[in-house]
Write a protein that binds this ligand. Sequence first.
Ligand code: BES
Ligand code: ZN
Length: 976
Amino acid sequence: MSPNIDNNTLRERLNLSISLLKERVSALLLLYDQPDLHKGIIRTLDSVVFRERNMKWCHLFLTGLWLATANSSYNYYRLPSALRPLKYDLRILTQLENPEDFRFGGTAKILIKALENTNNITLHSKDLTIDESHITLRQIGGEEKKDNCVISTVVNPTHDFYILNTCQELLAGHVYELNLPFSAKLNDQLEGYYRSSYFDSAANETRWISITHFEPASARLAFPCFDEPGYKAPFVITLGYHKKFTGLSNMPVKETKPHESIPDYLWTEFQESLPISTYLVAYSVNDFSHKPSTLPNGALFRTWARPNAIDQCDYASEFGPKVLKYYEELFGIKFPLPKVDQFAVPDFNIGAMENWGLVTYRETALLYSNEFSSLKDKQELSNTVAHELAHQWFGNLVTMKWWTDLWLKEGVATYVATLCVEYIHPEWRSMELESLSNLLAIFRKDSLESSHPISRPIEMVSQISESFDEISYEKGSSVLRMMHLFLGEESFRTGLKSYLERYAYKNAEQDNLWESLTQAAHKTGSLPKDYDIKTIMDSWTLQTGYPLVNVTRDYTTKTAKLSQDRYLLNTDKSRAGNGCWWVPLSYTTQEKKDFNNTAPKAWMECSKTGESQTKTIHDLPGPDQWVIFNNLLSSPYKVNYDAQNWKLLIETLNSEQFQSIPVINRAQLIDDVLYFGWTGEQDYEIALRLINYLHRERELLPWKSAFENLKLLNRIVRQTPNFQFFRSYVKQLITPIYEHVKGINDTFSSIQQQDQILLKSMVVDWACQYQVADCVPQALAYYHNWRSEANPDGKNPVPINVRNTVYCTLIRLGSDEEWEFLWTRYKNSNVAAEKRTILTALGCSREVWLLQRYLELIFDPKEEIRKQDSKWAFQAVAKTEIGFLLAKKYFMDNVEFINNFYHQLTRSLTRLLEPLEKQVFNRKDYNEFKEFVINSKRSFKGSEEAIQRTLEVMLTNVQWKERNYDQFTRAIKPLL
Ligand code: BES
Ligand code: ZN
C-alpha cells in the first residue's frame, strides 16, 4: 500500500475491503450454520466503517483476512456489484388449459454490462427449472468479439442466488448477452407468477387466469433476474397463450402473431418499457372484461374485472383518471406511460400493487357496488387507487436504492393519497380522519420497544416483508405531513418536484429527498438558513419511537419549561435520556385559539451528540387560561401538562366552549390522557373527567380516538369480574350520541355531512355490542325482514352502512340457523365487499361448536374461503371473548400447519397475532405464550418482529392489570 495514499481513497478501499470481507464471512459462517456469530461479526464490521483511526492498519488486516477466505462461495445477501443488466427480453408461454398441469416456460435474454472483471454471473432464481444445456452466453459488440460459455452453476438457496461460472472472464466495460431457458409450475401461492380463478355461474364452470405479484422479492420466482430495486432496465415482454385469452403487461401491445408450432396459440409482444425495477414488472393471461375510461388527451385507461363483475368497475374507472390528473398537476410531471390498466384479481394476498402501467388490486380494493358497498368501502377503495397511482411517480419513476428506504415510496404514497382523496372528495373530510388514524396507529405501535426506525438496515427477504408495516406507511406519512405543515405549501411542493425530476428513472435514498427539500425551503425562506431538513428529519426517521413532551408552566413568570423523552408503553423501562427529536413547537392559548397556524413558533433542538435540551417558552398567559401544544396534531408527539393546565382543559371541554378546540386537537387530548392513565403519568380520575365531555361530543374524530382506547380496555376488562361497571360506564357514555345519530334507524339518505355516516356506523356498532337502547331489537328486526324476502340475495333491506353490525348481532345472538343463512348469502354473493362483511360477522357467534367449525373451515383449501381472506375470518373469531379462547388454542395447536398454509406470505402470521395479543393480560397466560413461542421458533421464522411485538403488548397488558385495574374500577364507580 502506498504511504502517500489520500484519506478518501483509503476510506473507499477500506469500505470495499469490508464489504468483500462481509461476503466471505457470510459465506463461511452461514455454511457452518453459525448465524449468531455471523451477526456479531457483521455488526462489528459495519461499525468499523465509521472509525477513522488506524485506518491503514485496518486496511492491511482486512485485505489479509479477505484473501485468507477467498476460496469459499459467494454468500453475501446482496448481488455482487460487478455486473448490471441493461435490458431484458422475456418470452413466456403460459398453459392454462389443463387444470392438472398449469405451467409456464420461456427464455430470459438479458443484456449485461460488466462493470468489473468477473468470472461469474450471479442472479436471482427461485423454484425455477433452468435448462442448463441450452444456456448461451456471448459478448456483444467490441472488437475482440468472443464467444463465452458457462462451465458450471451453483445454487445458493439462502439468498436465492443462481451463480453461473463462465469459461472466460467477463471484462469490465463489455456487454454480454445471456440466454436462459426456464420453466415452472404456475403456483397457487399468490406470489411470483401464479394462477387465480373465479366461478362462471352461467357456464357453471371454474375459469382460470394467470397473474404476477413480485414485490418485494418474487420476480425471481417467475424468471431469472437481478432482483434488487437498484437494477433498473427496460423490459421487452412477449407472452404466448391460447387465443381465447387476452394478454396484458406493463406496456401496450406492439404486435400479435400466431405461435409458430402450437395450434390456436398466439405470441403477443408488448412495447419496450422504460427502465424499471424487477418488482414492478407485471403480466397476465386472462379472459376478463374491461371498462375503458374516457380521458381527453390522457393515457389510455382501462379497468378490468371478471366478466360477471364488470358492472362494479364504474366508480374506479371514473376515479382513476381524475387521480392521475391530480398528480400530474401536484408533481408537475406528466404520467410517462402510454396506458394504465387497473386489474381486479380474485386471489390477491395484499390490498393492491403498483406495477407500472398494470396496477393490480384485490377485488374489495377496486370494485364498487351501489347496492352492496358501504361508504367506508368506497373511501378505502378510493384511497387505495390514489395510493397505487401515487407510486407511479414515487416508487416507479424514482425508486429507492435499497429496501432500507421503502418508506420513501410507501410513506409518500400514503401521504399524497390523502391529499388527493381530499381534493377529489372534499365532502368526505377524509384528510383529517386519515391524519388522525395514522397518528393513532403509530402512537400505539411506536411506543413499543420492539418497534424500529422508519429507515433501517435490511439483510433478508423476511425483513423486507416485515417492513411493510405501520412504521413505513403511517409513520412515514405522518412525518411527511409534519414537514408539509412546518414548511408550508410552496417549499413542500417544490422540494418534491425537484427530487422527482432529479432522480427520474433512477434510484434515490432519503438523503436525496432531504437535500431537495432543504434547497426549496431555504429558497422560499420557510426554514431558517442554519437549519437543514436532514438534521431535523433524521431524528424522526433514523430513531425508533416518538417523544413525550412535558410542559410545566410557571404561572407567575408566564413561561413554560419543556423537556422530552421517548414515550414507552412498557413502564418497567426507564425513559430518561432515551433519544432526542427535533420537535417543531406550535401552540396556542385559550385566548388566541389560532390552531390553524402550524408554523413552528420554536423548536426543541438536539445537540450534536443527540442530547435533548430543556426549552423555555415565554409570553404565555396567566393561571386562568390553558395552552395547547401541537396545533392540529401536526407532529407525532404526545404532550403532558402540569395539573393546572389539565384542569383548565377539562373545564373547557366540559363546557359549552368545547368546540373552541378543533376536533383533531380534541381527539389528541383524549388519546394522550388515556395513554397517560395507562402508563401512570396521570390518574384515571383525571382521564375520565376529561373524556366525560364526550356526552356533548357530536363529531367523528374525538369519538374515533375514544373508541380506539376504550376498545383496548374493553378487551381486558370484559374478562374480569368488574366488567359490569365498565359496561354501565360505556353505555351511559354513548347513549347521548346514539340518540343524536337517531340510533340504528335508516336515516342515511338525509345525512348531509358525510363523515356523520361513518360516525353513525361506529356508534351503532358499539351500541349493539353494549345493548344500548333499541339497537339489538332493531337490528334483529332488519334481519327478519331480510329473511322473509323471497330472494334475499337480490334484495337486502338492511341499510348498507350498518350491515356489519346487524349481521354480527344476529350471529352473536342467533343459532346455527342464522349462521347458515348468512353463510349461504356468502356463497351466493358476487360482491367482494359484501363477502368480507359476512366473513367478519360469522366470527361473532358465541356457540363454541360453530366457532370451532368455522376455524377449521377458514384454513381448508377445499372450502369457499380464499386464502387471501382467511386472516379476516380468523381475526373476526379471535376478536370476540369466546372466540378468542378457541382461536388462541387453534393457533397454538396448529402453528406449523398455519405457517405452511401461508407459505411465508407477507403479513399473514402477523395479522393473526394482532387480536390475540390484545387479550392476554395475566402473567401466567403471558408466560405460557412465551414458552410456546420459544418452542415454536421454527414456525415464526421470518415473523420475528411480529412475535416480539406480540409478547411486548401482552406484557404491557399484564402491567396494566397489575397496576391499574383496581384504580380504574375505583375511578369508574362514582361516575355510574
Ligand atoms: N407496494 C405495496 C404493495 C405491497 C405490500 C407489496 C406489501 C408487498 C408487500 C402497495 O403499494 C401497497 O402499499 N398496498 C397496500 C394498500 C395501500 C392502500 C396502503 C396494501 O396492500 O395493503
Ligand atoms: Zn404502497
